[in-house]
Design a protein around this ligand. Structure first.
Ligand SMILES: Nc1ncnc2c1ncn2[C@@H]1O[C@H](COP(=O)(O)OP(=O)(O)OP(=O)(O)O)[C@@H](O)[C@H]1O
Ligand SMILES: [Mg+2]
Length: 1015
């Protein structure tokens, strides 16, 4: 083996030592079992059998290793081999199958028909144990399945698992997939039979989609320039395109190839590739020689020599033994001269272009040949090489000496979009499109493979016109092809850098060098190496003061590196990083979510058992840390109105909390968060859990606080339930809160204010509102004061005390300067809208509704619906149908975004829009909107919804329906329910149309005041 070789030239295994720790990998496992040996054993001497088995083992080992695999073990007369461990290649599935075919062939050569092999091959996730003398210890379900598949094979057959087959399609032909029963697998296992091997490797890109090319205009121009200059000068030149795997080096080179058709004279174009493993040193030149001399791989040496004519030494390129007694160095010299001659002859007639692919896999002598050609040839030749940044340093230096570089970067965002569009020849649903673009990050190979995985997985289905997408699965699995492309590059790294990349992956997409040192006390990685290989990028600024910050270039690289770290080790690394960060920032809030994430990952379900079962105290300590930081992060998220994020964090806290009182506290926070996003059910459930977890006898104060919160939020936000909660239920909460809360406490104030809002027509409501206001003032609680004014205004409105209502509203608006909570500020404007509408000041109501919407628009989807609902409500009162029609699109899209949290305003908005359409004569659109409102399945808000419904029925002349709605309103009123202003008005119109005007008059006497009720 050459001294500096990074790989064994025969098997492609790196010569540098690999990580000694455990790793998770995707590997391909091969089982081969000898059939017929027992019979043979019976008929011959045991010593002979023994010698025969030794020959068998040795022969199989050679075949496995030649394909880049490792023999795991020999059991009886079976062999187990693994591909992808200890070192991953991009084509491990293919390598395993080629090894299988070669093993079968070899066995036949050695033993004829006496013996046969049954082979099973399967790919999957495994854990690789500590390497032992070049071997490794592989465990995982994939191994068991490979063994089971082998048992289903007939003698001489190679049976392949589905994941292996899909990794090797194009390189092999397989039978159709079939499911077979195997022991311990009730659903059976899918298998295919290997039919035959194709000689050429498989091409990239996928079969059913068009081949397209986007962008790269600048690069193409400069390649074309370089070519023309070469021709003008009449001398050779070397240009290397360098870029990460899949970025498009080959595609760019082929594009140039096609472009040169247009040159006159068109050049002679040759292409040669360096294979990823083994093979002959001069493989790319062998390929070119065969194509120029029209030789076939199957031609025998005599034919080849005849074609080589006067230059038999060129046969060395093809691996022929033509050097005779020449000293190897002399033979090499001659070979180089012969190539210079040959190209000289070819270049006499027209210019030459050689595309030399994948030079990072090239060997030293190959480069020597290229250098010789560049220096000695007297003809216009452009050698266009492609290489990944993994190019060994020494090759790097030599290439730089004899040629120039073109660094190929990722595709721009615009070009990636175009690529996606052109590949599918149609638009994708935007969620899928954005996800694919985000994950591919400008790497066209990743993009194509991610897309192919979605198509294979049935997420994307072709239709007559474009594509239909099922919802994206939660875990967007990395395709094996992409995983392999990345994993193989990671495995090329030396141990310190590889471990550093893995540790960085645990830290995140962005990491800091000191943190990596902290995580890996025994390792000294070279970050510049990781940078020059294109794995990471230095970031100009750092989020942590004084710390050098890097980013992992691709999110997919991070995922692959992360997934290679065993879960137990991940947990330890997460914990170590969190502690480092906590020390560094002495626990500052700005790190809260990062700390929460890392502590939580350190003790996450499965990881907890794997990592801490032997150190339970440490495990519990970390759990407490995780809970503390998750809660803090959740509080901060609530403060930013990132309610769903907050809820996800709190959910994790619950799983970690061992103490009841603490758990009750978490549930209270969950309840508050649910109320903020108007999720009534979630709020109620959370509060019930909180109350259940609290002992009323020992802690009545806390229980009172919880009932008070439950009651007040429900009274303030009655719109958050899919079905209005029963009055009795809410009455019960209020009673409990009032009974348990000591005088002059916040809980007491909340309880009485809740009662005031809830029983707005109650004669005592005003007393409640005043008591609430007094306590709030005493406690200096400006939020409660504001709610108290709101209660007083609405109570006053209900009893037609307009001046009082106006005064309370004015004073509430004056508190705006002291209240920063946006949800509360929006509520202040909202109640002012209600009061001004009731007073008939529609222009002012409209202005306030806009201010209300401005705030709501920045909050949750639910708030956004409230924002637009308040606006259409005012315009409905004013009969401004054109204006509502203009708002319709916006209203519909806000409702669509809010279907997950029930809201009576969802229905209300659609109904009012329907009404506007009907009023403007578009009955079919009105009907569509009304159906959409019905489809939301929200019941029990008759006081709010009957208004537009009555008017819609009137517009269609459906008096029966009008009658039903009027009756329903009457019943609701008997139960103590209330109606909105517009419903009240619509009801009167309905009664008139029904010829029951007398009831209208009674109505007028009974209830002179207009009532504003929030939906
Ligand atoms: N500019 C482009 N427009 C459209 N498709 C592209 C473009 N560049 C690359 N592709 C596609 O992306 C895939 C990967 O490209 P290519 O094989 O050229 O990458 P590479 O850089 O040569 O990778 P490797 O280092 O693995 O050889 C191919 O299927 C190719 O067709
Ligand atoms: Mg390529």
């Amino acid at each position: 083996m050459p001294e500096q070789a990074r790989f064994c030239p025969h098997c492609g295994v790196p010569t540098t030592p690999q990580s000694p720790t455990e790793e998770r990998k995707i590997a391909t496992i091969l089982f081969a079992d000898l059939v017929g040996s027992t019979e043979l054993g019976r008929s011959q001497d045991p010593e002979q059998t023994r010698a025969m088995l030794d020959r068998f083992y040795e022969a199989m080992r050679i075949e496995v290793e030649a394909a880049g695999g490792t023999v795991e073990k020999f059991v009886g007369d079976a062999v187990m081999a693994a591909f992808g461990t200890p070192t991953a290649h991009e084509d491990d599935a293919e390598r395993a199958l080629r090894a299988g075919v070669a093993m079968r062939r070899k066995l036949h050569e050695l033993f004829g028909d006496q013996l046969a092999l049954r082979i099973g091959v399967n790919t999957g996730e495994v854990v690789v144990g500590r390497a032992r003398e070049g071997s490794s210890f592989v465990t995982g379900d994939a191994v068991n399945i490979a063994a089971r598949l082998e048992q289903t094979a007939a003698p001489g057959e190679i049976i392949v698992g589905e994941r292996t087959a899909s990794g090797a399609f194009g390189a092999f032909e397989f039978s159709d997939a079939e499911t077979v029963d195997v022991k311990g697998r009730h659903r059976g296992v899918v298998r295919r039979r290997l039919i035959r091997e194709f000689k050429e490797g498989r091409a990239r890109g996928f079969g059913n989609l068009p081949r397209v090319f986007v962008g790269r205009e600048g690069e193409l121009d400069s390649l074309l320039d370089a070519y023309r200059q070469t021709v003008a000068v009449g001398r050779p030149r070397l240009l290397t395109i360098v870029g990460e795997a899949g970025v498009g080096k080959t595609a760019l080179a082929s594009r140039l190839w096609e472009r040169l058709d247009g040159e006159s004279p068109a050049p002679l174009r040759l292409v040669g590739r360096c294979p990823s493993y083994g093979g002959i040193t001069y493989a790319p030149f062998a390929e070119m020689l065969r194509s120029t001399l029209h030789l076939l791989e199957s031609d025998d040496p005599a034919t080849v020599l005849e074609r080589l004519g006067g230059q038999p030494i060129l046969g060395l390129t093809l691996g022929l033994d033509v050097a005779g007694n020449l000293h190897p160095l002399v033979a090499r010299e001659r070979l180089q001269e012969a190539w210079v001659d040959l190209l000289g002859q070819l270049g006499r007639e027209r210019p030459l272009l050689i595309i030399l692919e994948d030079l990072h896999w090239g060997e030293e002598p190959l480069l020597g040949l290229v250098e010789r050609i560049i220096s000695d040839l007297q003809a216009p030749l452009m050698v266009l090489a492609t290489a990944r940044p993994d190019l060994p340093d020494r090759l790097h230096a030599r290439l730089a000496e004899s040629g120039t570089w073109l660094e190929l970067d990722l595709l721009t965002q615009r070009d990636s979009r175009r690529l996606l569009q052109e590949l599918l020849a149609a638009d994708l649903p935007s969620a899928v499109r954005e996800e694919v673009l985000a994950r591919a990050e400008g790497n066209p190979f990743f993009l194509e493979e991610l897309l192919a995985a979605l198509i294979d997985g049935g997420v994307l289905r072709p239709e007559a016109e474009g594509w239909r997408a099922a919802p994206l699965p939660d875990a967007f699995v990395i395709p094996d092809s992409v995983h392999a492309a990345i994993a193989s590059r990671v495995d090329l790294l030396d141990r310190p850098e590889k471990e550093a990349l893995q540790a960085a992956a645990v830290i995140g997409r962005v990491f800091w060098t000191s943190a990596v040192y902290e995580l890996l006390p025994d390792v000294t990685p070279d970050f510049r190496m990781l940078e020059s290989r294109g794995f990471i990028r230095r970031r100009p600024q750092s989020a942590l003061e004084g710390e050098r910050e890097y980013g992992i270039k691709h999110a997919l690289t991070r995922e692959v590196a992360y997934s290679s770290v065993p879960k137990a080790r991940r947990a330890h690394l997460h914990a170590r990083f969190a502690e480092w960060l906590e020390r560094l920032g002495t626990g500052r809030d700005e790190h809260a979510s990062l700390l929460a994430h890392h502590y939580a990952e350190a003790v996450d379900g499965e990881a907890f058992n794997l990592a801490w079962s032997r150190e339970p105290q440490e495990g519990e300590r970390l759990q407490d840390k995780a809970a503390t930081w998750l809660r803090r992060a959740a509080e901060l998220a609530i403060g930013r109105y990132e309610i769903d994020d907050a809820l996800a964090l709190l959910e994790r806290v619950l799983a970690l909390t061992r103490d009841d009182a603490e758990r009750a506290g978490v549930w209270r926070t969950i309840g508050r968060a649910c109320a903020l996003k108007h999720d009534g059910e979630g709020f109620w459930t959370a509060m019930r859990f909180a109350i259940d977890a609290t002992d009323t006898t020992t802690d009545p104060q806390t229980v009172a606080e919880m009932y008070a919160a439950l009651a007040l939020q429900t009274a303030l936000r009655p719109a958050m339930w899919k079905r209005n909660p029963d009055r009795e239920l809410v009455d019960g909460w209020i009673e409990r809160a009032v009974a348990l809360a000591p005088a002059n406490t916040r809980a007491r104030a909340e309880a009485v204010l809740a009662r005031a809002f809830w029983d707005r027509l109650d004669s005592e409501a005003d007393d409640d509102a005043r008591e609430g206001a007094a306590i709030a003032k005493e406690l200096g609680a400006v939020d409660l004061r504001s709610y108290a004014f709101s209660a007083r205004a609405l109570v006053a409105l209900a009893s037609s005390a307009y001046e009082e209502a106006e005064e309370a509203t004015r004073r509430r608006l004056a508190l705006l300067s002291e209240i920063s909570d946006p949800d509360h500020r929006a509520d202040i404007y909202w109640s002012a809208v209600v009061v001004n509408s009731a007073l008939g000041r529609l222009a002012e109501a409209r202005r306030l509704a806009r201010l209300n919407d401005e705030i709501n628009s920045l909050l949750t989807p639910h708030h956004r619906v409230h924002g637009i609902a308040a606006r259409v409500r005012v315009d409905e009162l004013g009969g401004r149908w054109d204006v509502i029609r203009d708002l319709q699109r916006d209203a519909e899209s806000r409702v669509a975004a809010n279907v997950d949290t029930p809201c009576s305003d969802n229905v209300f908005c659609l109904l009012v829009c329907a009404l506007a359409c009907a009023e403007l004569g578009d009955q079919s659109e009105a009907a569509r909107l009304e159906r959409a409102a019905d489809d939301l399945g929200i019941e029990g808000y008759i006081g709010e919804h009957a208004g537009p419904r009555i008017r819609l029925a009137l517009s269609r002349g459906e008096l029966g329906l009008v009658d039903e709605l009027v009756c329903a309103l009457k019943e609701q009123k008997l139960r103590g329910g209330r109606s909105s202003l517009s419903t009240g008005a619509a009801r009167i119109d309905g009664l008139v149309a029904l010829g029951r005007a007398s009831e209208v008059e009674e109505e007028a006497v009974e209830s002179p005041g207009a009532r504003g009720v929030r939906a």
